[in-house]
Design a protein around this ligand. Structure first.
Ligand code: PBG
Length: 331
């Protein structure tokens, strides 16, 4: 064999040719925009740990949904940020139809009808005074996060959101059996058409730090390691998605995204359900911080990061970057 050099470079020789053979594309509809909603009116509150992301009162938030829709992002994930006096040990406010999240959901539905897909985060951590995602119980082994009493409250919370008009509920608590429990509660109350985006593979992660500042949801003692997954495990992710699928999940999430691209790829090949990746708050803050000191070009780094998550196998990406990136033409 003389003289034969294989030349992959031929297909890289021009911008248009590279575009023609590109395997992965980002579209506005690939994104789910996360939002933090607070009580009150006319409020836009910066979040120190998340540059360029704000908490909004419902009226201002509707303007943000309009902004997202104009950019082609048609799916919103809603987090309610409650005040201390609304929190208690039993997460009572989670099932109050007049509390913040159902109010926000009703307002968005009234304003945009079916032009938008509304997803609500279902978790007790923003409603409990102790900040855990489930309810506490004192046992002979000490204070534990009790699985089965939490299921009742989570299912009631999901039902409250369904009654307010949400399209999908997204349980992020990591209690065992919650998908089946929520499915059953929705079905038996006439909400068979409301779907479940399961945070099926949610790791106990340092990268949720800024979110906990944004949502005021840090646990007041201990951590979330008894319910969220250990980041050393990938086979266990397949167990979690098998369970959630059998219990009735419609979409499966892997979270965080960047330290878990292998898990996204494995989940992608193990399921036929749509896979969602959550590019979490710490991942966003990290890139923002690097850009702020001039260590990298933010536009290119954001595009490369989001493309990498999609290439790994995510159908949809929850990302704090999405709106800014689309607005500024980074993608
Ligand atoms: C609630 C919840 C968390 C996130 C989404 N839902 C925080 C946590 O589990 O502590 C994190 C999102 C992010 O970091 O962007 N359980």
């Amino acid at each position: 064999m003389t003289n034969i050099i294989q030349r992959p470079r031929r297909l890289r020789s021009s911008f248009v040719l590279r575009d023609a053979i590109a395997e992965t594309w980002l579209r506005p509809t690939d994104f789910i925009a996360p939002f933090f909603v607070v009580a009150g009116e006319n409020i836009t509150q910066p979040i120190q740990a998340l540059p360029n992301i704000n908490r909004f009162s419902v009226d201002m938030w509707l303007g943000q949904l309009e902004r997202a829709l104009n950019l082609g992002v048609k799916t919103a994930l809603i987090f309610g940020v409650l005040e201390a006096h609304e929190k208690d040990a039993m997460a009572t406010s989670a099932t109050n139809p007049n509390s913040l999240m159902p109010t926000a959901i009703r307002a968005a539905r009234a304003a945009f009808g079916q032009d938008i897909t509304l997803i609500s985060d279902v978790c007790l951590c923003t409603h409990t005074d102790h900040g855990h995602c489930g309810l506490l119980q004192q046992t002979a082994r000490g204070t534990i996060i009790d699985n089965d009493s939490s299921l009742t409250q989570l299912a009631a919370m999901a039902l409250t959101h369904a009654q307010a008009g949400v399209d999908l509920v997204a349980p992020s608590d990591m209690m065992d059996g919650r998908i089946g429990f929520i499915r059953q509660a929705l079905d038996s109350h006439g909400f068979a058409e409301v779907g479940i985006l399961s945070y099926a593979v949610k790791f106990s992660s340092a990268f949720y730090g800024p979110f906990r500042e944004a949502a005021g949801s840090s646990p007041s003692f201990s951590d979330r390691a008894t319910y969220q997954m250990d980041f050393r495990n990938a086979r266990e992710a397949l167990r979690e998605i098998a369970l959630d699928t059998s219990e009735g999940a419609d979409l499966l999430m892997v979270k965080p995204a960047l330290a878990y691209l292998d898990v996204i790829a494995r989940v992608r090949s193990a399921t036929v359900l749509p896979v969602v990746a959550y590019n979490v708050s710490g991942e966003y803050a990290m890139l923002k911080a690097a850009a702020a000191i001039g260590a990298l070009d933010e536009a290119r780094a954001v595009r490369e990061t989001l493309t990498g998550i999609k290439r790994a196998g995510a159908d949809l990406i929850v990302s704090y970057h999405a709106l800014e990136a689309l607005e500024k033409g980074w993608l």
